[in-house]
Design a protein around this ligand. Structure first.
Ligand SMILES: [Zn+2]
Length: 376
């Protein structure tokens, strides 16, 4: 196994690429989807089952873990991998985005962000230096720079000011991270929907130098057309030989469109969160298992899916356990949704390797356009 962090691209198809991110804790096949393990668990899933769906890497949330159980505690307990029984790579976010989205009482300064915990009101001070320290204490393999991003729409002045601050914080994050062989630090491009700001941000980050580059500040309410508009140029502004990570994306069709535009890594709560609310994400689009049409339906959710929910249970059963609020309902649909996402990523990787991405994407959209099977 590799002792250092590296990225190797094995094939290109148009702007899309497939390859391997190597880390001392294992390889990550790209394009990759990272399930979200917010509070040291992918909700409703055992870690070995997450692995069985095909996940090479998980995402952990710095904000949640620093509040509970605490970064120093996790460090003293042997680190996040041991704590949650996942020995493969983990990427952690910087905490910045969630401080902005989950806390009401906060104060943003050049130094960082002061905020009160949404759990017990305790005051915290999160800075680029403290974010690097927390992610080191957790034992994260891929560490994200501490950044700030405005909700969209925002005016150009606000977006520029925020991007400039994030670039100063990127330098401070780089300095605080230091030299840690085998661990990676990713910079985060900002600039909203403004091409010139995105270019300036990419240049600033490349000058500092990172192991990978994220495209931040998207999937914050701008819509798919606007997001794809940015992805038509943003990945090409970043170094071609480093992994590119689109944060917080997305729906299956968002991911497919972003892979076509040159993105390598993704994370999103959608498949796990939807699984807990009765929504299945399938080749034929979203299916709401809580709908009464499934009440007497003995057919599987997807006859071509090999996950436990589709192999061993009927739509009628999945409907029943979701209506009854039974825990197995969350378990089965989360498993199915993560299985579907990983199967989609494998399909994208295979198609890029074979130079067949356009045909794969056409089939993807044609299957979705058919919609769900007719009711009984
Ligand atoms: Zn399934």
């Amino acid at each position: 196994m590799s002792k250092s962090f590296s990225f190797h691209i094995s094939a290109n198809d148009g702007r899309a690429r497939t390859g391997i991110v190597s880390t001392p804790k294992g390889d990550i096949r790209t394009p990759a989807f990272m399930p979200v393990g917010t509070a040291a668990t992918v909700k409703a899933m055992m870690p070995e089952n997450v692995r069985a769906t095909g996940a090479d890497i998980l995402l952990g949330n710095t904000y949640h873990l620093m509040l509970r159980p605490g970064a120093e505690r996790i460090h003293n307990l042997g680190g996040l991998h041991k704590f949650m029984n996942w020995d493969r790579p983990i990427l952690t976010d910087s905490g910045g985005f969630q401080v902005m989205s989950l806390t009401d009482l906060r104060k943003l300064t050049e130094e960082g962000v002061k905020f009160r915990s949404h759990i017990d009101g305790t005051e915290y001070n999160l800075t680029p230096e403290r974010s690097m320290e927390i992610q080191r204490l957790l034992g994260s393999d891929i560490v994200m720079c501490f950044d700030e991003c405005p909700a969209l729409p925002a005016d150009r002045a606000r977006i520029n000011e925020s991007m400039q601050l994030s670039m100063r914080w990127a330098q401070r994050s780089r300095d605080a991270f230091g030299d840690r062989p085998g661990y990676a630090l990713f910079g985060i491009q900002q600039g909203g929907l403004e091409q010139d700001f995105r270019e300036e941000s990419a240049e600033a980050l490349e000058k500092i130098g990172f192991d990978g580059y994220a495209i931040g500040g998207l999937a914050v309410g701008e819509g798919q057309d606007a997001m794809f508009g940015v992805l038509d140029y943003a990945p090409n502004q970043l170094p071609v030989e480093k992994p590119r990570y689109l944060m917080g994306v997305g729906k299956p069709d968002d991911i497919v469109g972003a892979v076509q535009r040159g993105v390598d890594m993704f994370d999103c709560v959608l498949p796990s969160r939807s699984g807990r609310t009765g929504q299945a994400l399938t080749r034929h689009g979203a299916v709401n298992l809580r709908n009464a049409r499934h009440k007497d339906d003995l057919r599987p959710l997807d006859e071509n899916c090999t996950c436990p929910a589709c192999s061993n249970y009927s739509r009628a059963y999945l409907h029943h356990v979701h209506k009854a609020g039974e825990i197995i309902g969350s378990m089965l649909l989360t498993w199915h949704n993560l299985h579907y996402y990983q199967e989609l990523m494998q399909g994208l990787r295979d198609a890029i390797a074979a130079g067949q991405l356009d045909a794969f994407v056409a089939q993807f959209h044609a299957t979705r356009a058919q919609g769900d099977i007719d009711p009984l």
